[in-house]
Structure formats: C-alpha cells, structure tokens
Design a binder for this molecule. Sequence first.
Ligand code: HEM
Length: 103
Amino acid sequence: MSPLYWGEDAELFRPERFIDSPGYEWPRDAWIPFTGGPHVCLGQRFATVESVCILARMARKYRISPTPEIAKLPKDEQWRRLTKWTVGVTSTPGRVDLLFEKR
Ligand code: HEM
C-alpha cells in the first residue's frame, strides 16, 4: 500500500495498475501477498491460476450485475460501494451487492 511504489491513490481498487505499458512497469517487488525468499508460498502459481479459472467459470455461467438498488446510483457511487474494503490480516472486501443470473 506504500504510496512510494503505488502512488497517492494506493488505496483505490484500480486493477489496471498491474498492466505494464510503455514507460511503466508495475513494481513486482512491492507486491508480496505470497511473500518471497526461501519460504515463498509454494501454491502461488496454483492459487493464481485457480482464481482466474473460478472467475472465468462464474462469468461464463452467470450474468453478473449490480443489484437494482445499486444500479440506480450514479456510476462513481456504484464503483465506490462495490469496491469498498477494510484492512484485516489482508484487504477484505466489503459488502458487494451483486446479482447473479444464470445465463
Ligand atoms: C490466495 C492463496 C494463497 C495465499 C495468499 C498464500 C500465501 C502464503 C504466504 C503469505 C505464505 C508464507 C510464506 C512465508 O512464510 O514467508 C505461504 C506459504 C505456503 N503456502 Fe501459500 N498461499 C496461498 C495458497 C496456497 C496454496 C493453494 C497452496 C498449496 C497448494 C499453498 C502452499 C503453501 C506452502 C506449502 C507454504 C509454506 C512454504 C514454506 O514455508 O516453505 N499456498 N502462503
């Protein structure tokens, strides 16, 4: 979360900060959810691939959208509510009001 590496908006959910672009490489050494060194998590690759698989399967099976109550709010307020998080042992998502409809 250090602004030194991630900028002043470090606390915002902005996944595009993990996309390299000309003149920008996201700071690999400042991203340590699996720690590093000799005891780095053995399941890092597995957990990362599995997470993508789970999300892809969910997106294929369900149409996912904000609940009607959230959908009627302005877009920036929707974004603020849906990406709210708190600090725990890790960053913990807040209440995410989403509607899952079977495709
Ligand atoms: C999102 C999922 C996961 C996260 C965030 C995570 C995170 C971590 C962290 C922080 C450590 C401690 C590293 C240290 O002591 O410095 C660790 C260790 C370890 N993790 Fe994970 N882990 C995840 C999933 C998994 C999975 C799926 C497996 C196995 C299939 C796994 C196997 C291990 C093992 C064996 C260690 C001990 C490594 C050692 O001490 O040499 N982890 N993990």
